[in-house]
Write a protein of this length. Structure first.
Lengths: 452, 850
């Protein structure tokens, strides 16, 4: 075309046309979910958002609503199955089977999600891992991140799990479970600042959920920030008044703050609320330790009696230890040591707690030896127990570690290793500058140093 | 780009910038929830708070600058776009949870969101926006008037960039995408601004020319090649400008790359630090260029203009350098950035003042009247307010002070003073703001007065060639005046001239408007003389011709060299020149008239002298010789004639010479030649008895006196005793002879050579001889008789003369003469006498022969 005007007009039409096509392609929404109901789609997306915030009950209701509007909504069926699986594995399998029947209509991403859910429910870890990896790499699917991180955690690969959660957060800063996990992971490393930062983000995203505030309070308590911990834990209890763990953590916070009466009251509530098992034993154990600290041996005996009445493991197996420790506190060292010899490991295959149990016993043994004035034996027992890395511990266990580290410092001081004792005190202070037993140990060691 | 395309492009750029700036302001009125946070626009991983608007929700919630907002609502946010999306979920007035990252750990806050338009209420930003629009207004004003000037075009772009910088870059933004767009535009303008700033000061008020590698004289050794190359590079080479404009985009792209790669980019006041540093560097260079101009410009007035702009720019930019760039980059303190930006208002204000005061950038000011009326109104208002206040004070407590008719009465009294004050204020305002115009008016007045009383053309010419360049600050002028040889010749150099009949002279007659030599040379291309003359003028640096025309007569013309400032001639200049030309034309005409009158008076005096000389050549009385009678006379054609006759007497008294002559021309030189010829013949007659020999000798001598002037002579040597008459005739008619008895009238025999004397060097004049008889009558005459014309342009002729002589021949010589003259007059009728008529009648009486 030689005419410049016509050439210009054609060029303009071409450019405008291309722009219009591009705009149309950009504006027309791409299908991301296979459902016939827009309302169901909205419910599903809201449910996923709730899932992200770990509002599991709300999420379940949303998914149910979505399924009621579109019974063939495969993604809603899968999500519902995921939430119901712990309580109703059979029902979950049926839901997944319904979702699988829609396979031909599903998008590739949806097919993979169905496959992941089925493999997970069937316990086919290898297949589930493969599919989750594809979903993560290709679609940045939140469920894939969660599955892979969970598997890594279960296999003890905590750093791998952390890496997965970090990757998830880079892709989606609103992945609340990642903040929760990374918060605890940082706390286990003693990095309470990072832990609190992550958990505050989690709490910000899920302000109607008690769990993040409980977690935050627990870690603040471990860091010695008792007032803040109390505020967060009370908020958690306001949201969920039957939140046993929150009461237990509140007891620890009050104990740290020196309000032993309030501490006892909260431990009591926790003990009363826990239905049984290891958590109930731990709540009882906190009561026991608090009584020992107060030299209220009657109360300690009362706790032992209540634990005995439970007639459950692991409390039943731990009773001799508790009695031995109590006797040693009362000054009956030989009896205490004799009771230790009667100890037997708890029966059953609950290997999950076996090593902790053994470690706890070693620490208690060390305490008895210390009370008997056998500082070297006490030091060896306590240091060997503290040196065992074990699994990731609960925050209350971390506090227990600090308690025994303070005891070890005292033992070392008695053995004349004042620098070693001081180092241990510093370790404790770095974790929690306000831990009462650290403060007491530091004062004793300082007195010994002056005396020397 | 051609000029039109460039104009269009600049307008598109300018109005696009204006549209973005206006849209930026208009956007602030859109109802959107706003938290009052001014974020840094390029942050990721949360919104980094740059400022918190006063009394905003964020301020109430304790959010502070450098906090990082990482959560809004229940969502974590990492970019302003995400923040905007979250904020839009809330209604105005809602209390929204925020999560703020501070050094340490996240801090939850609750922010009440408000209307976004409240951002405009920030007085700092309002001030900055006013500066921006002031820049644009001034830039556009200048551009409208001189759109094709390079410096003006750059100035306009500079003003548009300043507008974008102030309105967009410094805008208190929110998270809305428009903010991102607007602030990015502002940031790009901040990157471009330094380059354009430097470019402008490199060409303002005219392109810089450094001469450090030039030789001062031909004898100096040439500078090293690298130094010459450096000079060439710095003197506005394309490479220099390419470099100036290339650096900012390179830095911008480098920053963008760092941003994309996730590396930290140092920021300052929301823009990359590199852009500020670049601005600082270019500012310093631009100021150096401006200072260079302020000190080396040849025209002191222009130096003052530039010095003023320099002072304003220093005032405007130095605080920016210190508080806006050095402080934040060196001390990491940007608390005083506003105090760096605030004085920048001096830049547009200085330009505005320089434009109004000095017509900077050659802008013709249309605001003259506005300023005058504003000042007059202000005076009137002050007077009115003063009168009201005085009246209130004087009549306080009375009913008069609160009377509305009283106030109106004062108004009526004051208002008529408007015209009075307007007239009074015109001169001071012109003097203060329109100095050039005021100077021009004064110059016209002074030159008019000076030339009006001047009657000497030379002095008028000298005055004009001195005063016009001085008033208009030209590099030179030359005036071309008419000479006596039909040319306009340069007053200073007579050799430089052009014919009055040339195409140029004819062309310039048409109008008194000044003309550029370039186009004239094109128009008069066909006229070689004009073309060459104009080319020569241009070669000497002249650029403009100013015709001095009086009643369509080209009295003179001036050639003008360009202004010292190298600016083009403005319309004011051309109007001034035309006015001066008219004044000069009148003066020159008056002087010319005076000159002519003087010349005429001198001419008349000359004529009288000539007439006296000539009269003295005629014999006072006729010779008294036996047998011969004489009569004669001369009728001059004008005041003085070229004819003469005389008798030469000899000591021996046996001979008588008669000389009859006719000199070409009627003037003192002619008269003097007549005298000289007479003397030559008289002297020669003493040595040469033979008339032919006498003529040969006299011819040589007359030829040597004055070439191209001839003398028609006839010499008759009469011997009364023998009545022999020998004669030689050069250029004269042959005398007529009336023989005694009824011999009739016939001319004397003609000599072989009759050329007038002085025509050729050597003429072999010969002698004729005739023997007279008693009763003969001889009529010696000049050609005035035969060439006397009638209305039909018929000469009287020899035939008629012979007939007249035959008819009137008688012993009464006077009667004969009267008769002949009467016949001649009858023939010519009312026709003016064409030539002198001189005659001698000689009659031979009976007693003549002895």
């Amino acid at each position: 075309v030689k005419n410049r005007k016509i050439r210009g007009a054609l060029l303009a039409v071409g450019v405008i046309g291309a722009a219009a096509v591009a705009a149309a392609l950009w504006l027309v929404p791409r299908r991301t979910l296979t459902t016939t109901s827009a309302s169901a789609r909205r419910d599903y997306l809201a449910g996923m958002e709730d899932m992200q915030r770990v509002y599991l009950r709300d999420a379940e209701q949303r998914f149910e609503s979505a399924v009621s509007k579109d019974p063939d909504f495969a993604m809603a069926l899968v999500a519902l199955a995921y939430l119901r699986e712990p309580a109703d594995p059979k029902g979950a399998r049926e839901l997944l089977a319904r979702a699988d029947r829609m396979r031909d209509r599903l998008l590739p991403r949806e097919k993979l999600i169905v496959e992941l859910a089925q493999a997970d429910v069937r316990g086919n870890w290898q297949e589930a891992g493969r599919v989750a990896q594809i979903l993560k790499d290709e679609y940045e699917e939140p469920r894939a991140y969660m599955y892979l991180a969970k598997r890594a955690t279960e296999q003890g690969q905590t750093s791998a799990a952390e890496a997965i959660y970090r990757e998830w957060l880079e892709n989606d800063p609103n992945a609340a479970p990642a903040y929760n996990y990374l918060g605890y992971a940082a706390a286990y490393r003693g990095d309470f600042d990072t832990a609190i930062a992550n958990l505050k983000k989690y709490a910000f995203m899920a302000p109607d959920e008690a769990n993040p505030f409980d977690s935050l309070g627990e870690i603040q308590c471990a860091a010695g920030r008792y007032d803040e911990a109390i505020a967060e834990l009370e908020r958690a209890i306001r949201i969920k008044p039957d939140f046993e763990a929150a009461y237990e953590h509140l007891g620890l916070a009050f104990e740290g703050k020196g309000d032993l009466r309030a501490a006892r009251a909260n431990f009591e509530k926790a003990y009363a609320m826990y239905p049984g098992g290891y958590p109930k034993f731990l709540a009882g154990y906190q009561l026991y330790l608090l009584a020992l600290r107060q030299k209220d041996f009657a109360a300690a005996r009362d706790v032992i009696a209540r634990l005995t009445q439970l007639g459950q493991e692991p409390a039943r197996s731990a009773i001799p230890f508790l009695e031995a420790a109590l006797e040693s506190e009362e000054g009956h060292y030989q009896e205490a040591l004799a009771r230790l010899a009667e100890f037997r490991a708890p029966p059953g295959d609950d290997s999950k707690y076996a090593s902790d149990y053994e470690q706890s016993l070693r620490l208690l043994h060390g305490r008895i030896e210390f009370n008997a004035g056998h500082y070297r034996a006490a030091a060896e027992l306590i240091s060997s127990a503290l040196a065992d890395p074990g699994r990731n511990r609960s925050i209350s266990e971390m506090l227990g570690m600090m308690r025994y580290r303070a005891l070890l410092a005292r033992a070392l001081a008695h053995l004349g290793d004042l620098p070693g004792a001081e180092r241990l005190i510093q370790v404790n202070r770095r974790i929690n500058p306000n831990y009462p037993e650290t403060t007491e140990a530091a004062a004793e060691i300082a007195g010994m140093a002056r005396g020397k | 780009l051609n000029l039109r395309a460039r104009r269009t492009l600049l307008l598109v750029i300018g109005f696009s910038g204006l549209a973005i700036a206006v849209a930026s302001l208009a956007d602030m009125f859109v109802r959107r929830p706003s938290d009052g946070v001014v974020p840094y626009p390029y942050g990721r991983g949360g919104i980094l708070v740059r400022e918190v608007a006063h009394a905003s929700g964020a301020a109430a919630a304790g959010i502070r600058p450098n906090d990082r907002i990482i959560g809004i609502g229940r969502k974590m946010v990492s970019t302003p776009a995400e923040a905007s999306r979250e904020l839009l979920r809330f209604r105005i007035g809602a209390r929204v949870p925020y999560l703020i990252q501070r050094p340490g750990e996240p801090y939850p806050a609750t922010v009440q969101v408000r209307l976004s338009g409240q951002r405009l209420g920030d007085p700092t930003y309002l001030y900055e926006a006013i500066i921006g629009f002031l820049f644009f207004g001034i830039g556009y004003f200048v551009f409208r008037r001189r759109p094709d000037d390079d410096a003006v075009a750059i100035f306009f772009v500079l003003c548009v960039l300043f507008l974008l910088f102030f309105v967009c870059r410094l805008r208190p933004s929110s998270y809305w995408w428009i903010d991102v767009f607007v602030q990015n535009t502002g940031t790009i303008s901040l990157f471009l601004l330094p380059a354009v700033f430097l470019h402008f000061f490199l060409v303002f008020p005219r392109p810089k020319r450094l001469r450090f590698a030039d030789r001062e004289s031909e004898t100096d050794p040439p500078a090293p090649a690298w130094l010459r190359a450096l000079q060439e590079f710095l003197n506005g080479s394309r490479l220099l400008y390419a470099l100036i404009y290339a650096i900012p985009p390179i830095v911008f792209i480098a920053d963008l790359r760092r941003e994309i790669l996730g590396r930290p980019v140092a920021m300052l006041s929301g823009a990359p630090l590199s852009s500020w540093v670049l601005l600082g560097d270019y500012l310093v260079l631009g100021l150096a260029a401006l200072a260079h101009s302020a000190f080396i410009l040849p025209d002191p007035r222009e130096r003052r203009q530039v010095m003023q702009v320099f002072a304003g720019t220093i005032l405007g930019t130095l605080p920016l350098l210190v508080f806006g760039i050095i402080f934040p980059s060196a001390f990491h303190n940007d608390a005083y950035v506003f105090w760096g930006i605030a004085p920048m208002i001096f830049i547009p204000l200085t330009f505005a003042y320089a434009i109004v005061r000095f017509q900077l950038l050659n802008v013709r000011v249309i605001v003259r009247r506005s300023i005058l009326y504003t000042a007059t109104t202000a005076v009137i208002f002050a007077l009115y307010a003063g009168a009201i206040a005085a009246a209130n004070a004087f009549f306080s407590g009375s009913r008069l002070s609160s009377s509305k008719p009283f106030v109106f009465g004062i108004f009526l009294v004051v208002i008529p003073l408007f015209e009075y004050f307007r007239r009074r204020l015109q001169t001071p305002i012109d003097k203060l703001f329109f100095r050039e115009k005021y100077d021009y008016q004064r110059a016209v007045l002074e030159i008019s007065e000076a030339v009006a009383g001047q009657l000497d053309i030379a002095r008028v010419a000298d005055y004009l060639t001195a005063q016009i360049p001085s008033v208009m600050r030209l590099s030179g002028a030359e005036i071309f005046l008419p000479d006596r040889e039909g040319h306009f010749a340069a007053r200073g150099d007579r050799e430089e001239r052009i014919s009055r009949r040339s195409g140029l002279a004819q062309y310039l007659r048409g109008s008194a408007a000044p003309r550029d030599t370039g186009p004239l040379r094109g128009e008069l291309w066909a006229d070689r003389e004009s073309r060459e003359f104009l080319a020569e003028l241009e070669g000497r640096g002249f650029q403009l011709l100013l015709p001095i025309v009086y009643r369509e007569k080209l009295m003179a013309f001036m050639a003008l060299k360009p202004k010292l400032s190298e600016e083009k001639f403005s319309r004011d200049d051309l109007v001034l020149l035309e006015t001066l030309s008219n004044q000069a034309a009148t003066a020159i005409e008056t002087a010319a008239l005076h000159d002519e009158m003087t010349q005429q008076a001198e001419f008349r005096r000359d004529l009288e002298i000539a007439r006296d000389i000539q009269t003295s050549l005629f014999p006072r009385e006729f010779p008294r010789l036996p047998g011969l009678r004489f009569a004669g006379g001369s009728l001059p054609a004008r005041v003085v004639g070229g004819d003469f006759y005389d008798f030469l007497s000899f000591e021996s008294r046996d001979r008588l010479g008669l000389v009859l002559g006719d000199v070409s021309g009627k003037s003192i030189p002619a008269s003097l030649l007549m005298v000289a010829s007479r003397e030559i013949v008289y002297a020669g007659s003493r040595s040469f008895e033979d008339p032919g020999a006498l003529f040969r000798e006299s011819n040589r001598r007359i030829y040597e006196i004055k070439r191209r002037m001839f003398v028609a002579l006839a010499y008759f040597l009469i011997e009364p005793r023998s009545l022999a008459m020998r004669y030689a005739i050069g250029g004269q008619p042959l005398p007529l002879l009336v023989r005694s008895g009824n011999g009739g009238v016939r001319p004397l025999d003609a000599p072989e050579f009759r050329l007038p004397l002085g025509a050729l060097r050597d003429v072999p004049y010969d002698t004729k001889e005739i023997f007279l008889r008693p009763g003969d009558l001889l009529f010696f005459y000049t050609d005035g008789f035969t060439e006397a014309m009638n209305a039909q342009m018929e000469p009287f002729g020899e035939e008629r003369l012979m007939e007249s002589l035959a008819a009137h021949a008688s012993p009464d010589l006077d009667g004969t003469a009267r008769g002949i003259l009467s016949d001649v007059r009858r023939h010519t009728g009312d026709m003016e006498q064409y030539d002198d008529m001189t005659f001698v009648l000689m009659s031979v009486t009976e007693g003549g022969r002895s």
